[in-house]
Ligand binder design. Structure first.
Ligand code: BES
Ligand code: ZN
Ligand code: ZN
Length: 494
């Protein structure tokens, strides 16, 4: 989708004209209404009068107007409830409506979506980004692409004053939207075509295009490095594990970097603790944390953010092979600590342990790991919020804000010392499962914490937000969750 920013005084040239209304607003209040032909105005006003369109109820209506024009009426609900979250959904609704009615190009009066406390740059970014996200389809594996229709062009019409900041926001939104969609592509690609080697190749490609240094450690190199945790998980698979290292230097040479760590389990069968069938189904998406990290680095480089950011993705396949690791195995991790494997299906935390230790060498200002870590987090928070864990209240608030603004919504769960006993090992130092059945997302985070004591650290559990659910206005499959909040963090760096 191509975006353009235009003065709202100039006559729209697109097929579609998008008119957004709050409850009780009259058609004529819209700044673009004067461009509607007299005959079409009659239709609009009839729909309003007959209550066939209600702006108070988040309804939509499409009018087939004169000269092959289409008018898209979008109800926004009560104005007093309006905020950036609603703008996210409205941008997606507009796009989906345009797709359904095969409207190739649309003009939107951006300022009619303005929310209090939100800059015009941010509003433009959010609307652009979410139109790009709603336009996404994953159809690489359909010979018959069917009637998949996407919108070609969106014009954001604004007053002269806002032209500059809105253009800046659109540019950012285009990059972020495209990169989130890239993460969705990586997530949606089936496990057989997204092995650790193939994921590493994608990371290299992102590096080549965006001038990011990418190094991939193979099994031998990991053995030399003594990354026993990653190697342990990988043993059951015939696919070679890879450790992906991306290094973006946009800041000053001595600026302490962000290190983003993403779980890259390209398929999670559970290992010898094999998952039941229905639980295994989505597990080609178990590398979505890695996808978020790879895509976020791509975006950060494209936006030329003046900050240093490292990306680390331990990539493995968790298979129940004859050589696979077993319950009871004691894996010597890179940190030197022994991990007592009580369940081979809790593999994410095991591979992340080595990556978190590896992160120490960068003397990071902040390490953020993103992982489809626990079904328990899904049980706790559902599909609308990812779990946020950190011992630091200030950083927690920073992340909550970044999550809220970026659209990757987060909710904090406790990481108290009281939980530490849950992961204390019997025969090893740390065990990879809690001692009770409860609080599984917390015990997983507590496990990670044992390897992340040497720097400020945040863990984001994206198991619940990995897949789109009804009402989000997104195509079925991976959401690209995590990508946006990572970009937002790097963007806010001062
Ligand atoms: N990849 C799964 C977690 C997951 C579940 C992600 C559902 C997305 C959707 C993870 O490796 C796992 O299997 N975790 C176990 C841990 C348990 C064995 C302690 C879980 O959550 O059941
Ligand atoms: Zn698992
Ligand atoms: Zn997993």
């Amino acid at each position: 989708m191509k975006f353009q920013v235009k003065d709202i005084k100039s006559k729209p040239a697109t097929v579609g004209l998008v008119l957004c209304y709050f409850a009780k607003e009259k058609p004529s209040v819209h700044p673009l209404y004067k461009f509607v032909t007299a005959a079409d105005k009659k239709q609009v006003e009839r729909l309003f009068k007959a209550k066939e369109f209600s702006s108070g109820e988040k309804q939509s209506q499409v009018i087939l107007g004169a000269q092959k024009k289409k008018i898209l009426l979008i109800g926004l609900g009560e104005k007093k409830n309006w905020n950036l979250r609603h703008a996210v959904l409205a941008a997606r609704r507009i796009t989906n409506l345009a797709k359904n009615y095969k409207v190739k190009s649309v003009t939107i009066g951006l300022e009619t979506l303005a929310a209090s406390g939100v800059s015009s740059e941010r509003l433009a970014q959010t609307v652009t980004e979410n139109m790009v996200l709603a336009d996404y389809v994953f159809n690489q594996y359909k010979k018959d692409k069917g009637e998949q229709f996407t919108v070609n062009q969106a014009v954001l019409a604004v007053s002269k004053m806002a032209l500059k900041s809105v253009s800046a926001g659109v540019k950012i939104g285009e990059v972020v939207g495209a990169q989130v969609n890239y993460a969705r592509d990586l997530g949606n690609t089936p496990g057989g075509e997204m092995t650790p080697t193939l994921l590493a190749n994608r990371a290299k490609e992102v590096g080549r295009v965006n001038h990011i240094k990418v190094t991939v450690l193979n099994q031998k190199q990991m053995e030399a490095n003594k990354m026993g945790a990653i190697l342990g998980v990988a043993k059951g698979s015939s696919e070679e594990p890879k450790f992906i290292i991306m290094e973006y230097y946009g800041g000053k040479k001595n600026d302490a970097p962000f290190v983003f760590v993403g779980k890259g389990v390209t398929f999670d069968t559970g290992g010898l603790n094999l998952k039941p069938e229905d639980h295994m189904l989505d597990m080609w998406m178990d590398m979505c944390g890695g996808a978020a990290v790879i895509s976020a680095l791509g975006a950060i480089a494209k936006l030329k953010l003046p900050v240093n950011v490292m990306g680390l993705v331990p990539a493995v396949e968790n298979m129940p092979g004859g050589a696979g690791y077993r319950p009871g195995d004691l894996l010597k991790s890179l940190s030197g600590k022994y991990i007592e494997v009580l369940n081979t299906d809790a593999e994410g935390r095991v591979i992340l342990a080595d990556a978190l230790t590896y992160a120490e060498r960068y003397k990071p200002r902040l390490v953020v790991d993103v992982a489809t870590l626990t079904g328990a987090c899904m049980v706790a928070l559902g599909a609308q919020a990812a779990g946020l864990f950190t011992p630091d209240d200030k950083i927690a608030n920073e992340l909550l804000t970044a999550g809220e603004i970026s659209g990757d919504y987060l909710w904090r769960l406790p990481l108290w010392e009281e939980y530490a006993d849950e992961v204390k090992g019997t025969f090893g130092d740390v065990q990879n499962m809690g001692k009770s059945r409860y609080g599984g997302a917390i015990t997983a985070a507590m496990f990670l914490y044992q390897f992340a004591k040497k720097y400020p650290w945040v863990h984001i559990d994206i198991a619940g937000t990995m897949k789109a659910v009804d009402g989000q206005g997104l195509a079925k499959g991976a959401t690209g969750t995590g990508t946006r909040v990572l970009i937002e963090l790097a963007k806010n760096y001062k």
